[in-house]
Write a protein that binds this ligand. Structure first.
Ligand code: VGL
Ligand code: ZN
Length: 194
């Protein structure tokens, strides 16, 4: 039996309605993500949650030449997980985008509190399959999925538990297409067999 893990990408206040980089309807999928958390937890599978965690002077921000309004500055309210997300004690939190020079889109090099990268954690735990959900489909979800595939993991996209920023109208759809072409398996709650 392949060993599985759940990865929840960047489900933080700033990416939810009222946040500084709001992803439309992000809050609507909180109950779906919570169902996945219960399901993976009940099977004893590892659950990871990445957090975008930028320094205030990040080059990733538009005021410093980057693409984005200020968001998810480390230790601020906007960087906290959505209050209704059921982040269990056993969830491993991974921090990304922590250096001023990096965008930090991919969760693969995000690090836990002991500075261990997701890639290493997955390898050490002997995990073969990663199920990915969260925000945003067209940036951090896409980047994480593509990197996980490159690293040799089997990757599933939980299509009912992702939302796109859509800086351009079709970004979300294009991202899903790109992930599919790279070999991700697209799946939803009632199809999952774990
Ligand atoms: C993200 C834009 C900027 C994401 C992070 O989590 O998808 N998007 N920083
Ligand atoms: Zn960011």
């Amino acid at each position: 039996m392949p060993k599985k893990a759940l990865l929840i990408v960047d489900f933080q206040n700033d990416f939810c309605p009222k946040g500084s980089l709001a992803v439309k309807d992000a809050d609507k999928i909180v109950p779906v993500v919570n169902k996945y958390i219960s399901k993976f937890n009940s099977k004893g599978y590892t659950i990871f949650a990445s957090a975008d965690w930028h320094p205030a002077d990040s080059k990733h921000f538009d005021k410093n030449g980057g693409l984005w309004p200020v968001h998810c500055v480390a230790k601020t309210k906007g960087a906290e997980f959505h209050p209704e997300l059921n982040i269990l004690k056993s969830v491993i939190i991974l921090y990304k985008g922590t250096l001023a020079e990096e965008d930090g889109y991919s969760a693969v090099t995000a690090k836990d509190e002991n500075k261990k990268e997701l890639k290493r954690l997955l390898m050490d735990k002997g995990i073969d399959e990663v199920y990915v959900c969260g925000l945003a489909t067209d940036y951090c979800v896409k980047s994480s999925v593509l990197d996980l595939i490159k690293e040799g993991f089997k990757v599933f996209l939980l299509i009912d538990a992702v939302k796109a920023v859509n800086l351009k109208a079709n970004d979300g759809e294009n991202a899903i297409k790109e992930m599919s072409e790279s070999g991700v398996v697209i799946i939803k709650k009632d199809e999952i067999d774990i």
